[in-house]
Unconditional design. Structure first.
Length: 226
């Protein structure tokens, strides 16, 4: 899920709580919904509506009602059902791409202290230039690196997803289409790994030295000057 890093302190000012802007929170929760919905469609098509198992199920159930289907007819019907779900998956992808662009634009207009790359530059300076090897500095650096990887992953997901959605318009060669599909599918597993790491990090933060992470992402946290 596309989630903003659960960091609420500045390494140089540990008692200073950051404010999460409304745009940041909108992007965060919207992406959480979009990516969750997208993953659910994948789960449905790989389990309940898997073509092979669903084909057998449809033949059996329709036969109970007096309708006999041959293998070809059952295959077409099962494929049509999974295509409907993939259509929903594609719409989630469009929203993901739209909010990805929104995130890029937001990076320009965000308050300076809430811009990701400004924060990345600052934690790099704190750790590598000023040699502040504190727990907080190490933590913030690790979190920023993880989220840098996530934003890179999100970029790949958007590009490959749109390429697959517009494959007819792009006239992609069959092998290239296959490779793009493989990359897109592999990235899904990386997204799942990120979600697991994120949720674990939030849980540990709430139970440890950074309580209020979730509420800060809901109500924005305390003002910077407090």
């Amino acid at each position: 899920m596309a989630i903003i890093e659960p960091v609420k302190q500045d390494p140089a000012n540990p008692d200073l709580t950051k404010r999460k802007s409304a745009a940041l929170r909108l992007w965060h929760w919207s992406n959480a919904i979009i990516i969750s919905g997208s993953l659910i469609t994948v789960l449905i098509n790989s389990t309940f509506l898997d073509d092979r198992s669903n084909q057998s199920f449809l033949k059996t159930e329709l036969q109970k009602g007096g309708t006999i289907l041959n293998d070809q007819q059952a295959r077409v019907l099962a494929h049509a059902q999974s295509d409907e779900v993939w259509g929903i998956h594609i719409y989630f992808g469009y929203f993901l791409a739209a909010f990805f662009v929104f995130r890029l634009v937001m990076e320009i207009f965000q308050p300076k202290n809430q811009r990701f790359f400004v924060g990345l530059k600052e934690v790099y300076r704190q750790y590598f230039v000023l040699k502040q090897n504190t727990y907080l500095a190490k933590h913030d650096l690790a979190v920023k690196i993880i989220y840098l990887g996530f934003y890179g992953l999100l970029t790949i997901m958007v590009i490959t997803g749109l390429s697959l959605a517009f494959e007819d318009e792009l006239a992609l060669p069959r092998q290239l289409h296959h490779n793009i599909k493989e990359v897109h599918g592999f990235c899904m597993y990386l997204v799942l790994a990120f979600i697991a790491v994120h949720l674990a990090g939030v849980f540990l933060a709430e139970r440890g030295k950074e309580p209020g992470v979730v509420s800060n992402m809901i109500n924005g946290g305390k003002p910077d000057h407090e």
